[in-house]
Design a protein around this ligand. Structure first.
Ligand code: UD1
Ligand code: CA
Length: 475
């Protein structure tokens, strides 16, 4: 006897108005199907069968290296959920049990499913996961007997008489648990005589009830867990609910979240104590925030490790970086992959760092690009400094030592090295290495026009002067 899981994901999801298979649309940056796979994997099934149809190739490719093993089952024509399950029967044994889920309900929790799966302990009964919702429009309804105890059928809205529709708010979540033997016996008896002309899996309920088999309803108390995604409005509703849950967990851990409706976590976020997160912040991939960190408004942080006491000011984008303790970044900073900042580094506005390593207490306060650069400690990078790391073909490295002062608007043509305690003058174009303690400037004479000389004459004289120089050089 083995326990199997079936996830139905063959439909296109026409109402999404997209060419992408429905279950590939992302919730919190991950495909809808991935959420369900992760959840059901916790139930330790022998096998997870995913029924695919529309966009099968695209779907399987997206899950090629997925950590949860999947057995793909093709449903060539999408003739309904009952037909979909039929295609899995050849892979199941009479003594096995199954849990069947729809592929479009990513919020379902393991705990809720566990309650349902428990009914499999007893032979010859079927479990149905239901939920009571405020707005059951469009969903299948649970039909109970007169005293409301027994479930006798599930009916789709399109097949219910108008006057009854508004009386029932208990809905079918689409999740069932039952022994395979019952599927084998009764699935072939389902017909497609309904409004949609489809083989409905839900029809099994009425069929089994008539045969005297007990249907056990398990009511999912948090009805949002049953939210299915059929269109983009529902996709956004599920996304928001998912984010709310994640942010609630953060707040439980003591994080100060200025507005829980305006934080998005698309991955995993680990936090220390006394962390504050301001509004419109997005965390992607794996991010950790050290104790006492502040994340400013409109900031995006992806796959990064942020140390203790760090302040990321508003409108900053940080990706693939490590930010050392007590550093300050932004506002309007862009930290790109491969950047490692030591402790107490200060990165100010309109500074872009790529593959840059900055030592302790180094500062780049304004309008700077440091790419492929290794900078020591206690160094000051003046406003407008650029590492010219690219010659059109290759990238080169710039190395700057400790206690260096790089004057404003310095161009560092890589590869180039600046020794410890060196200084470069404002506006310098540094093509050659600067040694330890050296000062390097590139000279430009500041000229003035004489009292009676027009600007034009001044410029003309400069041209004549430069031409003479060039001629000399040619000789
Ligand atoms: C379904 C249920 C409804 C329930 C609701 C809960 C049926 C007939 N209706 O309606 O009772 O209240 O979910 O959200 O089950 N699929 C296949 N092959 C098919 C048809 C569908 O694999 O031939 C898959 C779809 O890809 C989808 C899932 O089954 O992931 C559900 O189909 P969908 O069309 O979304 O059903 P609903 O109309 O939402
Ligand atoms: Ca659905």
């Amino acid at each position: 006897m083995a326990f199997h899981i079936i996830i139905l994901a063959a439909g296109q999801g026409t109402r999404m108005r997209s060419d992408k298979p429905k279950v590939l649309h992302p919730v919190a940056g991950k495909p809808i199907l991935a959420h369900i796979l992760n959840t059901v994997n916790g139930l330790k099934p022998k096998l997870i069968h995913v029924v695919y149809g529309y966009g099968g190739e695209q779907l399987q490719k997206a899950f090629e290296n997925y950590p949860v093993p999947i057995h793909w089952v093709n449903q060539p024509k999408q003739q309904g959920t009952g037909d979909a399950v039929k295609h899995v029967l050849p892979f199941l044994n009479e003594k096995d049990t199954v849990l069947i889920l729809l592929g479009d309900m990513p919020l379902i929790s393991e705990r809720c499913l566990q309650d349902l799966v428990k009914i499999l302990d007893k032979k010859d009964q079927m479990g149905v996961l239901t939920a009571c919702v405020e707005d059951p429009d469009g969903l299948g309804r649970i039909i109970r007997d007169e005293d409301g105890k027994k479930v006798i059928a599930i009916q789709e809205q399109k097949d219910i008489k108008e006057d009854r529709i508004h009386q029932i708010n208990e809905i079918n979540t689409g999740v069932f648990a039952l022994p395979v033997s019952l599927l084998q016996r009764y699935l072939p008896r389902i017909t497609n005589r309904n409004a949609q002309g489809e083989y409905y899996l839900v029809d099994l309920v009425e069929l089994l009830h008539r045969e005297g088999i007990t249907i056990i309803p398990i009511v999912c108390k948090e009805s949002w867990q049953a939210l299915g995604i059929n269109n983009k409005a529902q996709l956004s509703k599920v996304e928001r609910q998912y984010q709310r849950l994640q942010v609630a967990k953060l707040m439980e851990q003591g994080v100060t979240v200025i507005d829980p409706e305006r934080v998005d976590i698309r991955g995993e976020l680990r936090v220390g104590k006394e962390v504050t997160i301001d509004v419109n912040t997005i965390f992607e991939g794996e991010v950790s925030l050290g104790e006492g960190t502040y994340i400013g408004a409109n900031t995006i942080i992806k796959d990064s490790t942020i140390g203790k006491g760090v302040r990321i000011a508003s409108h900053s984008v940080v990706e693939g970086a490590t930010i050392g303790d007590n550093s300050a970044v932004g506002p309007f900073a862009r930290i790109r992959p491969g950047t490692i900042l030591a402790e107490e580094v200060h990165i100010g506005n309109f500074v872009e760092l790529k593959k840059a390593k900055l030592g302790k207490n180094t500062k780049a306060g304004h309008l700077t690009y440091l790419g492929d650069a290794i900078v020591g400690s206690y160094t000051n990078i003046g406003a407008g400094t650029i590492t010219c790391n690219y010659d059109g073909c290759n990238k080169y490295e710039t190395r700057i030592g400790d206690h260096v002062f790089i004057g404003s608007n310095t161009l560092l043509r890589a590869p180039v090295n600046i020794g410890d305690h060196a200084t470069t003058g404002a506006g310098a174009v540094i093509r050659h290495d600067v040694d330890k303690n050296q000062l390097s400037i590139t000279w430009q004479k500041q000229l003035f026009n004489n009292e009676n000389e027009s600007f034009k004459t001044l410029i003309k004289n400069i041209d004549i002067f430069l031409d003479e120089k060039l001629d000399k050089n040619k000789k």
